[in-house]
Design a protein around this ligand. Structure first.
Ligand code: ACM
Length: 265
């Protein structure tokens, strides 16, 4: 399975240019799974709820059309971030699309910093999508800080975790090595680069998009400050085998009856 990321440098509010950037970087690439950054079409640093609302869409908007075109052109399943509107709520979401079809959206469960002022926290359960004989789970950026997110997806059967991101802290990439190792799951973290100074905030996004293997090995690592695209071939069957060795199966020997909070998990 050929999986990869596109590390872009979105320009705030310039959706058409941001789409073009993705297209230019992709060229004629064909793949099975392509992951784009969180909020790749709009930018990240909003100054008001109204501003974020003004860029929100449902799954029939221009970002959906763009991602569908991308899926058509690349033959890939595509995952990318957008602002999702439903009723009076907007969510920091990611959409998963395949040729001609929106398979679903994931609404970020753990909102970072001022995202809490604009977005409603995700209100849908974590879910696995069966695509191209592979089970794909989605989480967004800061969700990585909560190991339960990755673990839940892994326990639900995820073999690859698509991880659109707008990381501003430097810790995620190292952590993903451990997340992948202890769950024996692959992950594609698609981060952005660039700087956004808006209102009181000044964010430099940390790049370093990464493809991490089921055994914790880093298969691809993007530069911190350049647009970048990379794809690797992975064998997802490794993620189906949770045996670390003859004696240790990482899922079967969980001692849930002794874990604090286990009654709620
Ligand atoms: C983040 O969750 N975008 C930092």
């Amino acid at each position: 399975m050929k999986v990869g990321y596109i590390q872009t440098s979105p320009i705030f509010g310039e959706t058409a240019q941001n789409f073009k950037q993705v297209e230019n970087l992709l060229g004629n690439t064909k793949a099975d799974l392509i992951v784009l950054p969180e909020l790749f079409a709009t930018g990240y640093t909003f100054v008001s709820k109204e501003e974020a609302e003004s860029m929100a869409e449902n799954t029939k908007g221009e970002t959906t059309n763009f991602l569908m075109r991308l899926a058509e052109k690349t033959d890939a399943v595509v995952v990318g971030g957008f602002i999702e509107k439903e009723g009076n709520h907007i969510f920091n979401s990611s959409m998963i699309v395949s040729k001609g079809e929106v398979l679903g959206t994931y609404r970020k469960l753990h909102l970072y910093y001022k995202e809490k002022l604009w977005f409603s926290p995700g209100n849908k359960p974590l879910k696995i999508y069966e695509v191209k004989n592979t089970k794909v789970g989605i989480m967004i950026c800061f969700d990585w800080f909560f190991p339960e997110t990755f673990r839940t997806l892994a326990l639900l059967g995820a073999e690859i975790i698509a991880h659109p991101a707008n990381l501003v802290l430097p810790y995620c990439q190292k952590a993903m090595e451990t997340r992948c190792l202890i769950n024996r799951v692959f992950a594609v973290t698609s981060n952005r680069i660039g700087n956004e100074v808006r209102g009181e905030d000044n964010f430099t996004f940390t790049g370093g998009s990464q493809i991490t293997s089921y055994n914790g090995e880093v298969l691809s690592s993007a530069p911190k400050d350049k647009q970048h695209i990379d794809f690797v071939e992975i064998d997802v069957k490794h993620a189906r085998d949770k045996n670390l060795n003859y004696y240790n199966n990482l899922f079967e020997e969980r001692r849930v009856e002794f874990y604090y909070d286990s009654d709620k998990s």
